[in-house]
Design a protein around this ligand. Structure first.
Ligand code: ZN
Ligand code: ZN
Length: 138
């Protein structure tokens, strides 16, 4: 189940409702998460399960996911202020498992999250962009 999150800035900028995470049909291959393109200053939804996320508008690979510390004003993260959180699974390297004679398996390699903190707005360049939980999608 994915989360619907609304993003808004005090300058009036809003990318609308963002469908994050993955749904019933695509959660194994897709994990949607907001990213900022440093090239064209575009907030877009990238699939964090592909090795290289590129901007949906200009194809640039100079992008930062919105959990990057440089995009967050206050990094005093607290668990009860989570707006969105999802674990990313990846297949852990096979070599380790050849040695231990175990099958490769999926492990949590990264945790994606958005909190109540203020984030960098792509339009006005101020840390005034906020994310709000809106609902669930499947
Ligand atoms: Zn771009
Ligand atoms: Zn703004």
């Amino acid at each position: 189940m994915g989360n619907v999150v609304e993003a808004k800035c005090t300058c009036g900028y809003t990318p609308g409702k963002l469908f994050l995470g993955g749904g019933k049909s695509n959660f194994k291959t897709d994990c949607s998460f907001p990213n900022l393109c440093l090239e064209c200053k575009n907030l877009f939804i990238g699939n964090m399960k592909v090795p290289f996320v590129v901007c949906s508008q200009c194809d640039s690979s100079s992008v930062l996911p919105y959990d990057d510390p440089s995009l967050i004003h206050n990094t005093g993260l607290s668990e009860d202020s989570w707006v969105f959180s999802q674990e990313l699974y990846s297949l852990v390297p096979v070599a380790r498992f050849l040695f231990f004679k175990r099958k490769p398996k999926w492990e949590v390699t990264r945790k994606l999250m958005l909190t109540n903190e203020k984030y960098l707005c792509p339009k006005c360049d101020n840390f005034e962009l906020t994310f709000k939980f809106f609902g669930l999608w499947d």
